[in-house]
Design a binder for this molecule. Structure first.
Ligand SMILES: Cc1cc2nc3c(=O)[nH]c(=O)nc-3n(C[C@H](O)[C@H](O)[C@H](O)COP(=O)(O)OP(=O)(O)OC[C@H]3O[C@@H](n4cnc5c(N)ncnc54)[C@H](O)[C@@H]3O)c2cc1C
Length: 432
């Protein structure tokens, strides 16, 4: 460097110092410009990188939130109706069909608790209003790639031959076919088996009341739990023996005992093959077969079936807390107020006026709710879940107030009451 500078100095003579100064200044300036440019470029790159990182983070957060929402939906179910496609319709026995349904949106299905039910909103030709009905999930909840319900056509009562058969159950039997779409609400219901417990259980199913019982028994079987299970199923004969394969498969589990009782076996029915005992499922049968009364009992069937068994179990010393039941129709099991229910009125009797029907009746304090009371009076009030969830039994109150036996799952419209879970507080006028 030194010889070059000296050479330049010699060449430039007296102005050499000045020229050299300019030269050095130019070099320095270009260095400063270069440095400033590269710093600005680096800063801009870093800023862009930070913005990209931020955007990437935001995308990740959005995706996580979406996945969380999806997972919550899967766990909690969904709001309102969701479309389901009938994948399979299987005849189980006379007038009973099983429907296997998959979600039309193909998204995952939430698991349910064994014993819970689905609520259907059915648009039935010839009906101006959507018909709402509930049907128990009849299969195991452990692998819900589809939901199954099993539905029995409800025929006209024998003493009223002129009236039509049940509207929804006939629609399912006669019209719903594979590929059809149905509007379905998420599984719900307070009648279910607590799978975290290990207490021995006795399941009592009468007729189509077998559906929630089967779900419970299959849940225990498929979970691999050693929990002791007794399942009693009562029907008339082989023609009414629904879900036979499922019941037979349960016999293969050491901890599960299945007892099928035919009250009137047919000529072709073979004891030991088709059924285990002749006669109904009664308290005497339970006393004879069960090793003790130390079980949690779950029952579902018609009113007479449940009333007889409930009374028998209570008389046998089974605590009320160990007897659980689900009523598919008018509930006539427990006349006592449930522990959580308000105390049954013993004060002055009150009047219930059904304004539309022109009926004025003394309230029967032994009756469990206004819906059953109205049915007892011969009125027809539509009902669905009978548990304060579906809102179908809602009736407008013209005057008076009601007490709720349990809080409604969804508040009824202002000025109305859910008759399936309430009782009059005093004189009451209903728009029914
Ligand atoms: C939680 C829950 C779970 C259920 N699970 C199941 C299940 O798993 N499987 C199942 O099959 N059912 C189940 N049910 C019952 C189901 O919801 C329906 O109540 C049943 O299918 C009858 O409904 P429907 O519309 O066919 O009958 P509806 O039309 O409601 O008629 C009911 C009865 O009244 C009669 N009737 C009609 N008109 C008159 C009239 N003018 N006067 C007198 N009687 C009349 C009909 O002939 C019929 O016998 C369940 C119910 C609840 C609450």
């Amino acid at each position: 460097m030194q010889p070059i500078l000296e050479h330049i100095q010699r060449a430039l003579g007296d102005n050499a110092g000045l020229a050299l100064g300019y030269f050095l200044l130019a070099v320095l300036s270009s260095q400063v410009v270069l440095l400033a440019y590269s710093s600005a470029a680096r800063l801009s790159h870093e800023r862009r990188q930070r913005r990209l990182d931020h955007e990437r983070l935001e995308t990740l957060v959005r995706a996580a939130k979406y996945r969380y929402k999806e997972a919550q939906e899967v766990i909690q179910g969904w709001n309102g109706y969701r479309k389901f496609t009938v994948r399979q319709k299987t005849g189980e026995c006379e007038d009973v069909f099983s429907f296997y349904m998959v979600p039309h949106d193909r998204k995952p299905l939430p698991p349910f608790k064994p014993g819970q039910y689905l609520t259907f909103g059915l648009d039935i030709p010839g009906r101006d209003k959507t018909v709402v009905r509930c049907y128990s999930l009849s299969d195991s909840p452990t692998r819900p790639d589809c939901y199954r319900v099993t539905i029995k056509r409800e025929k006209a009562p024998p003493d009223k031959p002129g009236v039509p058969h049940g509207v929804a159950s006939s629609f399912f039997s006669d019209h719903v076919k594979e590929g059809d779409l149905l509007n379905v609400k998420a599984p719900t219901g307070h009648f279910f088996l607590d799978m975290t417990k290990n207490t021995p259980i006795c399941l009592l199913g009468g007729g189509v009341g077998l559906t929630p019982m089967l779900s419970m028994a299959k849940a225990v079987a498929e979970s691999g739990s050693p929990r002791e299970v007794w399942l009693f199923f009562g029907c008339r004969n082989g023609a009414e023996h629904m879900l036979r394969e499922d019941l037979n498969r349960l016999r293969g589990f050491d901890n599960i005992r299945v007892v099928v009782c035919y009250s009137r076996p047919g000529k072709a029915d073979v004891k030991g093959e088709d059924y285990d005992r002749e006669g109904r499922v009664t308290i005497e049968v339970l006393k004879e077969i069960l090793p003790s009364n130390n079980y949690e009992f779950f029952m579902c069937g018609n009113g007479a079936f449940m009333k007889a068994l409930n009374d028998g179990l209570e008389a046998w010393g089974v605590p009320e807390k160990d007897i659980h039941y689900e009523a598919f129709g008018p509930a006539t099991v427990k006349k006592k107020a449930a522990p959580t229910a308000p105390t049954v009125t013993t004060g002055p009797a009150c009047k219930v006026i059904f304004a539309k029907s022109g009926k004025e009746v003394e309230w029967n304090p032994a009756q469990s709710n206004l819906l059953d009371f109205a049915l007892e009076q011969g009125l027809r009030i539509e009902s669905g879940c009978r548990a304060g969830s579906c809102g179908v039994c809602s009736v407008a109150i013209k005057s008076g107030t009601v007490d709720y036996i349990k809080a409604p799952d969804a508040a009824p419209e202002g000025g109305s009451c859910l008759t399936c879970i309430c009782r009059p507080k005093g004189d009451l006028v209903l728009d029914a």
